[in-house]
Design a protein around this ligand. Structure first.
Ligand code: UDX
Length: 448
């Protein structure tokens, strides 16, 4: 099938590449000329495992093209995806400016019937706005062309996006027109082998499904972080509690890891946007507000533990802190809403210096923080330890999982680790002569 995708960000690029990989003809459109030129030369703007060779292979095979020419791309598309960004506006609602701009562009250039599909995470009711924007442009030029608007939310996880896209656990199609549903089923047929993964529903339910999925996952994390904070104070170990509850299939093992708070481009934004949608429709989002508030608090927890260890914020002045991990999670260079950003801001405000290492996010950190006297971006985990007083682990990258504690003991002036992802066993760290603080592990903070 002929597929056009607006937006070569995370969602658009991964979706386009996977659709091309199963044999569809895909044209990706972006307004960013430099990005498009780069992609045509094989320069991938994001770090995502497995993506680069797939882009190159499908581009070389002629099934995947990148262009800034929206008009031509619209003319060639049987199915036109909108996968542009929906950043939060001032009150946390999703800003539909880019989505609606693409809709107007489609209306200006549509020359034959097509199905327009919202892939971006958009508030309930957006498909109606997209439909109206396209219709207005068609009317303005006196064109009478049939089109349908469907919702087909994405469920990609950064770091595992190619796999999620090639082997989805479900494909949600929100549409009412039988032809549009049929076309989308045909598009996704190569991903729907062995058992039925396609769930067809009305457009509004599909739009809400995406928010409900992310809000549920964020809720599990905030819940566990709250349990961790209780565990810390009552002298329990949340890791034991996690093992004790995860085996119940009604609870499950996934997304019950306490930590330094959730970040990324989805959870913080989507929880807020769903809360705003609820309010606009007269529903008080008590739980969603609490999920967000717990997470905001949790992002400051590592710093709280540090201040507690040192006997107050003032004692951090002049300290040098090694930070392992800057990305919001492993296998990505993405630092959007990352917990590390809060920690670094707090450390700097307290007058501490930071030596940070992240396997992928160095360039991104450089871009975000620029040159600063109180930040050194290091080339290795060991380099970050040199001349440091304390170590904080913020992202659970695999190479951080089993470090040489004797070496850490030798490098750190204060011999203390703050483990924001509970990677280590407290006994092992303490046996190496290092003080240990995890998240929700009561014994290390001393009981009230
Ligand atoms: C998420 C959803 O998982 C995905 O389905 C959706 O399409 C987009 O949003 P992503 O933002 O890539 O994907 O990250 P995810 O792996 O879900 O992690 C989000 C954050 O939660 C990370 O900061 C992670 O460290 C944190 N997290 C996750 C926890 O703190 N504890 C957990 O148990 C799981």
């Amino acid at each position: 099938m002929q597929v056009t995708i607006f937006g070569t960000g995370y969602v658009g690029l991964v979706t386009g590449t996977c659709l091309a990989d199963v044999g569809h003809n895909v044209v990706c459109v972006d307004i960013d000329q430099a990005k498009v030129e780069g992609l045509n030369r094989g320069v991938i703007p994001i770090f995502e495992p497995g993506l680069e060779p797939m882009v190159k292979a499908n581009h070389a095979a002629g099934r995947l093209r990148f262009t800034t020419d929206a008009a031509a791309a619209i003319e060639s598309g049987d199915i036109i995806f909108i996968a542009v960004g929906t950043p939060p506006d001032e009150d946390g609602s999703a800003d539909l400016r880019y989505v609606l701009e693409v809709a107007r562009t489609i209306g200006r250039h549509l020359s034959r019937p097509a199905v327009v599909v919202d892939k971006s995470t958009v508030p309930v009711g957006t498909a109606d706005k997209v439909r109206a924007a396209i219709a207005a442009e068609l009317q303005a030029r006196g064109a009478d062309i049939a089109f349908e608007v469907a919702s087909n939310p994405e469920f990609l996880k950064e770091g595992d996006a190619v796999n999620d896209c090639m082997r989805p656990d479900r494909i949600v199609i929100g549409a009412s027109d039988p032809d549009a549903i049929e076309k989308l089923k045909r598009l996704y047929a190569p991903f729907n082998r062995n058992h039925e993964r396609i769930v067809v529903m009305d457009v509004r339910s599909a739009e809400l499904t995406k928010y409900a999925a992310n809000a549920m996952l964020a809720t599990k994390i905030s819940f566990m972080n709250e349990i961790a904070n209780i565990a810390e104070r009552v002298g329990a170990d949340v890791e034991m509690v996690r093992h004790g509850i995860g085996s119940d299939p009604r609870i499950g093992w996934h997304f019950i890891y306490p930590g330094a708070g959730y970040g990324g481009s989805c959870f913080p934004k989507d929880v807020q946007a769903l809360a705003r949608t609820a309010q606009h429709h007269g529903v008080e989002p008590r739980l969603l507000n609490a999920v967000e508030a717990v997470n905001e608090h949790q992002k400051g927890h590592l710093f709280e533990l540090m201040a507690r260890h040192y006997g107050g914020v003032d004692a951090l002045r002049g300290k040098t802190v090694a930070v392992w991990g800057l990305a919001f999670k492993p296998n990505t260079d993405d630092m959007r809403e990352a917990s590390s950003r809060r920690l670094l801001a707090q450390l700097w405000e307290a007058g501490a210096r930071v030596r940070a290492y992240d396997p992928e996010a160095r360039q991104e950190a450089q871009r975000i923080f620029g040159e600063r006297d109180d930040l050194l971006l290091c080339d290795s985990a060991n380099a970050a330890l040199a001349d440091a007083d304390a170590l904080v682990v913020v992202t659970e990258w695999k190479p951080f999982r089993s470090p040489d504690f004797a070496r850490i003991r030798g490098a750190l002036a204060d011999a203390v680790i703050f483990d924001g992802r509970n990677l280590y066993h407290p006994d092992e760290v303490e046996a190496a002569g290092i003080a240990y603080y995890g998240i929700g592990r009561g014994r290390s903070i001393g009981l009230d």
